[in-house]
Ligand binder design. Sequence first.
Ligand code: DC
Length: 221
Amino acid sequence: MMAVAVLTIDGPSGAGKGTVSRLAAKRLGWHYLDSGSIYRSLALAVSKQGIDLADEAAIVRAAEAMRLEFECGEELTVRLNGQDVTAEIPLESTGNRASTVAAIPEVRRVLLQKQRDFKQSPGLVADGRDMGTVVFPEAPFKVFLTASASERAMRRYKQLKEKGIDANLARITNEIEERDRRDRERATAPLAMASDALFLDSSDMTIDSVVEEILNLVRKG
Ligand code: DC
């Protein structure tokens, strides 16, 4: 059987991982895993079920019971327990709660296989925080994509405005720094660069040049 190729793209929020990963997947003709949307979906399930963010046992049960369907069209459609939650996935409040539920080690264990199931022929581009370190450590192609906090906050601000979502730049900057800290400092699978990853700082790069660098890595094999 041919091995399935995996390209992992990890980094902090707002580094451009989503856009770059989707473009790379399209160019390569590979599948795409947006692992953040799995944690975001769990955060939504938790708030819809009225579960307290401090009740770790109930959050783990929600993770075990969660039924998730992704549909990759022009945009990613997400159905959670039969309900279309696509519009709620990108909200800042969802991202912040996702970062909190993602810090629970048992939650990460429960969601591990759901993520590995995306590894299908001919290949997978996996976007997240621990794709190259924990979920797909065997991946032959790994990238750590980052940008300065101020640049990431500005991109996030523009992205939300474009979607017609009300946004405040100072608040987004604070939230990005807070989320970075939580994602980097948690004990289980923290945001970290794999030792065999290519480091890319996209602060002064265009999306196209980031995608080209990444595709070059894959082409070199
Ligand atoms: O990439 P994102 O902004 O959609 O991710 C939302 C949160 O989910 C992020 O702040 C931390 C968590 N997350 C994670 O812990 N591990 C991943 N592989 C992806 C996301």
